[in-house]
Write a protein that binds this ligand. Sequence first.
Ligand code: NAD
Length: 260
Amino acid sequence: FLKGKTAIVTGSTSGIGLAYAKAFAAEGAHVVINGFGDAADIEKERAALADSSGAAALYDPADMTKPDQIAALVERAVAETGGADIIVNNAGIQHVARIEDFPPEKMEAIIAINLTSAWYMMRAAVPHMKKKGWGRIISTASAHSLVASPNKSAYVMAKHGIAGLTKTIALEVATDGITVNCISPGYVWTPLVEKQIPDTMASRGLTRDQVLNDVLLSAQPTREFVTPEQVAAFALFLCRDEAKSITGANLSMDGGWTAA
Ligand code: NAD
């Protein structure tokens, strides 16, 4: 149902981002993937996306800390595929440390990649969406857009910011056929979660099993990780006409975490 539309997904060489790209491609959309990683692996993913969609699949290496590269990414998508109809702000990094040990440059990078990049993406894409009278803006926020956990000050700050940005832009474009929402997953099993296990073990003095069961899944009443495919299926629904009244929403998908 997305034939002729273009979906740009930031941070889509891995994890949840790649799952979004696969879901959009399977519905026939042109997709633009972005993020870092091994060039051969990325090319393999890009080619597989083009195969599955029968449409264009581009890779753009824009660094989400660089506003000019973000604007260029959107303009390239429009020039090469005809639009920037769906944007998914998904690129994100994490760092786990007490505030007094938190490197300021890590904090700045988290704010730039997880929050400010979404503002620049929206700024670049909204004019193109307005021209067509249709658009979907989706950001991957987090349960940490609603609640906090210790030792994640920069991440929690960025994700609360995404929730506020989502509401603001939803109001600005409410009569333009554009919806703006964020999806707030609990713990999703991806490289981002896997990578923070050693730091959490160190900062809290725990074993790997204790981090998995007593820290991560203890927050999730279902005691199950969310999957990238579940998040992508939710995003796909937000692109349907039936979802046009869902805007400005922070949509939890967290196994009950924020209900507790
Ligand atoms: P991941 O580490 O698998 O993927 C992150 C992606 O961002 C990668 O493609 C990476 O290359 C890219 N990236 C990193 N820095 C970048 C930069 N400067 N410019 C462009 N791309 C960059 O992580 P993930 O778990 O799939 O996370 C994706 C999003 O989901 C993040 O915003 C994360 O905060 C959010 N999220 C994840 C979870 C979880 O439990 N995994 C839960 C809630 C929210």
